[in-house]
Design a binder for this molecule. Sequence first.
Ligand code: ADP
Length: 161
Amino acid sequence: MVRRAVYPGTFDPITLGHVDVVMRGLKLVDELVIGVAENPGKGPMFDLDTRLNMVRAVFVAQPRVKVVAFKGLLVDLAHEQQAQAVLRGLRAASDFEYEFQMAAMNRRLDAEIESVFVMAREDYTFVSSRFIREISAMGGDVKALIPEVVIPYLEAANRAN
Ligand code: ADP
Protein backbone atom coordinates (compact mmCIF):
# COMPACT_ATOMS: atom_id res chain seq x y z
CA MET A 1 0.00 0.00 0.00
CA VAL A 2 1.23 3.47 -0.88
CA ARG A 3 1.01 5.73 2.15
CA ARG A 4 -0.37 9.00 0.94
CA ALA A 5 -1.55 12.18 2.68
CA VAL A 6 -3.13 15.39 1.46
CA TYR A 7 -1.84 18.70 2.78
CA PRO A 8 -4.51 21.35 2.22
CA GLY A 9 -4.02 25.09 2.55
CA THR A 10 -4.46 28.45 0.94
CA PHE A 11 -0.71 29.04 0.37
CA ASP A 12 -1.22 32.78 -0.20
CA PRO A 13 1.76 32.69 -0.68
CA ILE A 14 3.64 29.52 0.24
CA THR A 15 6.17 30.21 3.04
CA LEU A 16 9.17 28.33 4.42
CA GLY A 17 6.83 27.29 7.25
CA HIS A 18 4.69 25.41 4.72
CA VAL A 19 7.82 23.91 3.10
CA ASP A 20 8.95 22.68 6.51
CA VAL A 21 5.57 20.98 7.07
CA VAL A 22 5.90 19.26 3.68
CA MET A 23 9.43 18.02 4.42
CA ARG A 24 8.30 16.63 7.78
CA GLY A 25 5.27 15.03 6.14
CA LEU A 26 7.51 13.32 3.59
CA LYS A 27 9.20 11.49 6.46
CA LEU A 28 5.84 9.91 7.33
CA VAL A 29 4.30 9.10 3.95
CA ASP A 30 5.39 7.89 0.53
CA GLU A 31 3.52 10.59 -1.35
CA LEU A 32 2.12 13.95 -0.40
CA VAL A 33 -0.61 15.71 -2.35
CA ILE A 34 -0.65 19.45 -1.70
CA GLY A 35 -4.20 20.73 -2.14
CA VAL A 36 -4.22 24.43 -2.94
CA ALA A 37 -7.64 25.67 -1.87
CA GLU A 38 -9.44 28.18 -4.03
CA ASN A 39 -10.78 29.85 -0.85
CA PRO A 40 -12.47 32.89 -2.40
CA GLY A 41 -13.90 33.66 1.06
CA LYS A 42 -10.42 34.53 2.29
CA GLY A 43 -10.00 37.12 -0.49
CA PRO A 44 -6.56 35.83 -1.43
CA MET A 45 -3.82 38.18 -2.65
CA PHE A 46 -2.77 35.72 -5.36
CA ASP A 47 -5.31 33.99 -7.61
CA LEU A 48 -5.53 30.21 -7.60
CA ASP A 49 -3.38 29.70 -10.70
CA THR A 50 -0.60 31.89 -9.33
CA ARG A 51 -0.64 30.08 -5.98
CA LEU A 52 -0.52 26.73 -7.80
CA ASN A 53 2.40 27.90 -9.95
CA MET A 54 4.34 29.04 -6.90
CA VAL A 55 3.80 25.77 -5.01
CA ARG A 56 4.63 23.70 -8.11
CA ALA A 57 7.82 25.68 -8.68
CA VAL A 58 8.94 25.07 -5.08
CA PHE A 59 8.56 21.28 -5.37
CA VAL A 60 9.47 20.81 -9.03
CA ALA A 61 12.39 18.54 -8.11
CA GLN A 62 10.47 16.51 -5.52
CA PRO A 63 8.87 13.50 -7.24
CA ARG A 64 6.98 12.46 -4.09
CA VAL A 65 5.01 15.71 -4.05
CA LYS A 66 2.01 16.35 -6.26
CA VAL A 67 0.20 19.69 -6.36
CA VAL A 68 -3.50 20.01 -7.16
CA ALA A 69 -6.18 22.68 -6.94
CA PHE A 70 -9.12 21.95 -4.72
CA LYS A 71 -12.51 23.52 -4.27
CA GLY A 72 -14.80 21.11 -2.47
CA LEU A 73 -14.65 19.09 0.71
CA LEU A 74 -11.29 17.99 2.04
CA VAL A 75 -12.53 14.43 2.59
CA ASP A 76 -13.54 14.29 -1.08
CA LEU A 77 -10.05 15.38 -2.11
CA ALA A 78 -8.58 12.70 0.14
CA HIS A 79 -10.78 10.07 -1.53
CA GLU A 80 -10.02 11.25 -5.04
CA GLN A 81 -6.31 11.10 -4.29
CA GLN A 82 -6.61 7.76 -2.46
CA ALA A 83 -5.03 9.31 0.62
CA GLN A 84 -5.36 7.83 4.09
CA ALA A 85 -4.51 11.00 5.98
CA VAL A 86 -4.71 14.77 6.10
CA LEU A 87 -1.56 16.64 7.10
CA ARG A 88 -1.63 20.03 8.84
CA GLY A 89 0.90 22.15 10.68
CA LEU A 90 0.61 23.61 14.17
CA ARG A 91 2.38 26.80 15.15
CA ALA A 92 0.89 27.80 18.46
CA ALA A 93 -1.99 27.17 20.80
CA SER A 94 -3.97 29.63 18.68
CA ASP A 95 -3.86 27.19 15.73
CA PHE A 96 -5.08 24.35 17.89
CA GLU A 97 -8.73 25.24 18.32
CA TYR A 98 -9.43 25.70 14.62
CA GLU A 99 -7.43 22.60 13.67
CA PHE A 100 -9.16 20.55 16.36
CA GLN A 101 -12.59 21.59 15.06
CA MET A 102 -11.63 20.88 11.49
CA ALA A 103 -10.21 17.45 12.36
CA ALA A 104 -13.35 16.59 14.34
CA MET A 105 -15.59 17.68 11.48
CA ASN A 106 -13.56 15.73 8.94
CA ARG A 107 -13.71 12.66 11.14
CA ARG A 108 -17.48 13.01 11.26
CA LEU A 109 -17.59 13.23 7.49
CA ASP A 110 -15.23 10.27 7.04
CA ALA A 111 -13.99 8.29 10.03
CA GLU A 112 -11.42 6.44 7.88
CA ILE A 113 -9.28 9.48 7.21
CA GLU A 114 -6.78 10.39 9.93
CA SER A 115 -5.64 13.94 10.65
CA VAL A 116 -1.92 14.18 11.34
CA PHE A 117 -0.22 17.28 12.74
CA VAL A 118 3.39 18.32 12.69
CA MET A 119 4.88 21.09 14.82
CA ALA A 120 6.35 24.17 13.18
CA ARG A 121 10.11 24.51 13.30
CA GLU A 122 10.95 26.91 16.15
CA ASP A 123 12.29 29.63 13.88
CA TYR A 124 9.13 29.53 11.74
CA THR A 125 6.53 29.52 14.51
CA PHE A 126 5.76 33.18 13.80
CA VAL A 127 5.64 32.78 10.01
CA SER A 128 2.24 33.04 8.36
CA SER A 129 1.18 33.95 4.82
CA ARG A 130 -0.72 36.88 6.27
CA PHE A 131 2.36 38.40 7.92
CA ILE A 132 4.41 37.82 4.78
CA ARG A 133 1.79 39.71 2.74
CA GLU A 134 1.41 42.55 5.23
CA ILE A 135 5.08 43.07 6.01
CA SER A 136 6.21 42.93 2.39
CA ALA A 137 3.44 45.35 1.36
CA MET A 138 4.90 47.84 3.86
CA GLY A 139 8.39 47.39 2.43
CA GLY A 140 9.71 44.94 5.05
CA ASP A 141 12.23 42.29 4.06
CA VAL A 142 10.70 38.81 4.23
CA LYS A 143 13.10 37.09 1.82
CA ALA A 144 14.48 34.79 4.51
CA LEU A 145 11.00 33.44 5.26
CA ILE A 146 9.77 32.48 1.78
CA PRO A 147 11.06 30.16 -0.93
CA GLU A 148 13.24 31.99 -3.45
CA VAL A 149 10.81 31.40 -6.32
CA VAL A 150 8.11 33.33 -4.43
CA ILE A 151 10.19 36.55 -4.18
CA PRO A 152 9.48 37.87 -7.72
CA TYR A 153 5.75 37.08 -7.37
CA LEU A 154 5.56 39.05 -4.14
CA GLU A 155 7.54 41.96 -5.60
CA ALA A 156 5.26 42.07 -8.65
CA ALA A 157 2.13 41.99 -6.47
CA ASN A 158 3.45 44.83 -4.31
CA ARG A 159 4.35 46.91 -7.37
CA ALA A 160 0.81 46.43 -8.71
CA ASN A 161 -0.75 47.78 -5.50
P1 ADP B 1 -5.47 27.60 5.66
O1 ADP B 1 -6.25 28.71 5.00
O2 ADP B 1 -6.05 26.24 5.35
O3 ADP B 1 -5.19 27.79 7.12
P2 ADP B 1 -2.66 28.12 5.23
O4 ADP B 1 -1.94 28.17 3.90
O5 ADP B 1 -2.67 29.38 6.02
O6 ADP B 1 -4.09 27.60 4.87
O7 ADP B 1 -2.04 26.98 6.15
C1 ADP B 1 -2.04 25.64 5.76
C2 ADP B 1 -1.52 24.78 6.90
O8 ADP B 1 -0.14 25.04 7.13
C3 ADP B 1 -2.21 24.99 8.26
O9 ADP B 1 -2.29 23.73 8.91
C4 ADP B 1 -1.25 25.89 8.99
O10 ADP B 1 -1.37 25.72 10.39
C5 ADP B 1 0.08 25.35 8.49
N1 ADP B 1 1.14 26.34 8.60
C6 ADP B 1 1.18 27.57 8.04
N2 ADP B 1 2.32 28.23 8.37
C7 ADP B 1 3.04 27.37 9.14
C8 ADP B 1 4.31 27.44 9.81
N3 ADP B 1 5.05 28.55 9.79
N4 ADP B 1 4.72 26.36 10.49
C9 ADP B 1 3.93 25.24 10.56
N5 ADP B 1 2.73 25.12 9.98
C10 ADP B 1 2.29 26.16 9.28
